[in-house]
Design a binder for this molecule. Structure first.
Ligand SMILES: Cc1ncc(COP(=O)(O)O)c(C=O)c1O
Length: 379
């Protein structure tokens, strides 16, 4: 008889609502198979398509049959050099390419960061609601997620509440702005307050900047600006360049942490070569302004309806999510009811069970009336 490992048990009982997600997705697949049309506002995907130069780079790599593994494991030299050039410019700092580690997606980047610095018993401060893997990965390595509630503060972190959760065991505070699942972007003053506190206490900051491109009000501010020695930045090509399935992300950190991570990166875990070449082409081109305008316009149209229904009371400044309050207070039931009406949304993303996340990343503007009709029909 084979029993699951303790890691399995820890991961599968991790907070955030992963079980609910499986349940709602299974329901929507069943309905689809039965022929029902489902508008997919479930997974966080962008849909503006690959840039022409990115497709060209991928085709070129295929033609040359670039079959070999990426060496060194921390990423294609040219890609890391371009990231270091752009990051140095953005932060007005000299960031060496040795401080940049390319990973097969940002999620695996988070995994490597936690694996390299967390010990069993360490505490990881997470603002609730949250991107579920933050908690799951921390728990995998025996650390304890410590949640700071933001529900009463418009989903913005409160320094006062956070300080109450800090202990001698606090190893990392996670900032995720623009935020998944709330769409909030934390302003400079707020980021500065948290960052100065972390710096004074010598606590690491993990800054997940996966959505920094989706910053409609130009509010985004990275803690790396003021605490580069203790901030670990994680970014991704997935959403900004619609490259989800190509799996490329990267970490920017101090030399000390970068060296830990390099030592842990098993050679087979490098980001794929073809994806890395496409990511390099993406960095060298840029999305036209119309891309961001299109997301902003979808946000504005949806907001009007969702706000009238009383499901959301703030305009999300970034990412491509709405975090909706469920009238019955039960997110799983609300999501299942909506699936039956032809709309897939994801419940929870929290220790609470009161909200669902609606992703408008991959929908067309023309689908908005259908989304609002489905919601209205269950209110
Ligand atoms: C906050 C956040 N971080 C990281 C990721 C993962 O990105 P990647 O596709 O690069 O693994 C996501 C994807 O949804 C995300 O929402």
């Amino acid at each position: 008889m084979i029993f699951p490992s303790d890691t399995y048990k820890r991961m599968t009982s991790s907070p955030g609502g992963m079980k609910f997600i499986h349940e709602v997705i299974a329901r929507s697949i069943k309905l689809k198979n039965e022929g029902k049309e489902i508008v997919d506002c479930g997974l966080g995907e962008s849909s503006h398509g690959l840039l022409a130069k990115v497709i060209e780079a991928g085709m070129e790599a295929l033609k040359k049959d670039e079959f070999y593994y990426v060496r060194p494991t921390q990423g294609l030299v040219e890609l890391r050099a371009e990231i270091s050039r752009q990051i140095s410019k953005e932060f007005q700092l000299s960031v060496d390419s040795e401080n940049v580690i390319v990973t097969p997606g940002a999620e695996l980047g988070i995994d490597l960061v936690f694996k390299s610095i967390l010990n069993p018993g360490d505490e990881v401060v997470i603002f609730d609601p949250f991107f579920i893997p933050f908690a799951t990965i921390a728990i995998t390595y025996g650390a304890r997620p410590v949640f700071v509630d933001t529900f009463e503060n418009g989903f913005l972190p409160s320094l006062k509440l956070m300080k109450k959760k800090i202990s001698k065991k606090t190893k990392i505070i996670i900032l995720n702005s623009p935020n998944n699942p709330t769409g909030r972007v934390f302003n400079k003053k707020l980021v500065e307050e948290i960052t100065f506190f972390a710096k004074e206490r010598k606590i690491y900051l993990l800054s997940d900047e996966t959505y920094c491109f989706f910053d409609f009000e130009k509010i985004f501010f990275s803690p790396f600006n003021i605490y580069p020695e203790g901030t670990i930045v994680v970014r991704s090509f997935s959403k900004q360049y619609s490259m989800m399935g190509y799996k490329v992300g990267y970490i920017v950190s101090s030399t000390k942490i970068a060296n830990y991570i390099k030592a842990l990166q098993i050679p087979g875990w490098a980001a794929p070569r073809i994806s890395s070449l496409m990511a390099l082409a993406a960095l060298k081109s840029s999305n036209p302004q119309s891309v961001i305008e299109n997301y902003e316009s979808k946000r504005d149209n949806l907001y009007k309806g969702l706000n009238e229904f009383g499901l959301v009371d703030y305009l999300p400044e970034g990412a491509f999510y709405f975090y909706l309050k469920c009238p019955s207070g039960n997110s799983l039931n609300f999501a299942l009811e909506l699936a039956d009406k032809g709309l897939l949304v994801i419940p929870a993303f929290s220790t609470k069970n009161t909200h669902v996340r609606l992703s408008y990343g991959a929908i067309e503007k023309e689908q908005i009336p259908k989304i609002l009709d489905a919601i209205e029909s269950v209110l």
